[in-house]
Design a protein around this ligand. Structure first.
Ligand code: PRP
Length: 187
């Protein structure tokens, strides 16, 4: 497996920029949900784990966390299939709860579109989206995004939860892949 430096075209968002923006988002949520009973953050595995963890560190309001796994890309794929497959569902009954879906990135919007339809059918009190990275120009379906970290161009990004063929999720910054140097999923 190549070292990440060998395939990094450029750093798109630094560790410091991420942390500043995530704290701002958390403060907005603290304000908006100050009176909420039973706020639930739904982390969409696996890409959103880093974002979720750092976001919750700055939340001062009472809240719960649960996880769902939805897959649309798969190893070796470069774009969404447009179909979301739910491979892990919530343990929490969301009826009557304020729910915020926490995602790492929106591309076509198909994954969140499916997810929001499913969660909406379960009768939450409210249902909102908090996304770190938004490739707005790639959108195929409209997604109402209440909390947005960064709008980014249509570049192949990795790090800070986002994988490159399942590797490099641990990086503390968001980078752009140099596709001319990346040799693919050779293990
Ligand atoms: C990514 C991301 C979103 C989805 C966005 O997940 O976390 O769930 O793709 O794409 P869309 O807007 O075009 O639907 P991925 O399938 O790569 O899984 P992962 O989070 O486990 O890496």
């Amino acid at each position: 497996m190549q070292n990440y430096q060998a395939i990094l075209k450029k750093t798109l968002i630094t560790k410091e920029q991420l942390q500043v923006r995530i704290q701002e988002l958390a403060e907005e949520i603290n304000h908006d949900y100050a009176g909420s009973e039973g706020l639930l953050l739904v982390c969409v595995l696996r890409g959103a784990i880093m974002f979720l963890v750092d976001l919750t560190k700055h939340l001062t309001i009472k809240h719960m966390v649960d996880f769902m796994a939805v897959s649309s890309y798969g190893v070796g794929r470069r774009s969404s299939s447009g179909q979301a497959r739910i491979s892990l569902d919530l343990n929490t009954d969301i009826r009557g709860r304020d729910v915020i879906v926490v995602e790492d990135i929106i591309d076509s919007g198909q994954t969140l579109h499916s997810l929001l339809q499913l969660l909406g059918s379960r009768g939450p009190k409210s249902l909102e989206v908090c996304v770190l990275l938004d490739k707005v120009e790639r959108r195929e379906v409209n997604i109402p995004v209440k909390y947005r970290g960064f709008v980014i161009d249509n570049e192949f990004v990795f790090g800070y939860g986002l994988d490159l063929d399942e590797y490099y999720r641990n990086l503390n910054f968001v980078g752009v892949v140099d596709l001319e140097k990346y040799q693919g999923n050779e293990g």
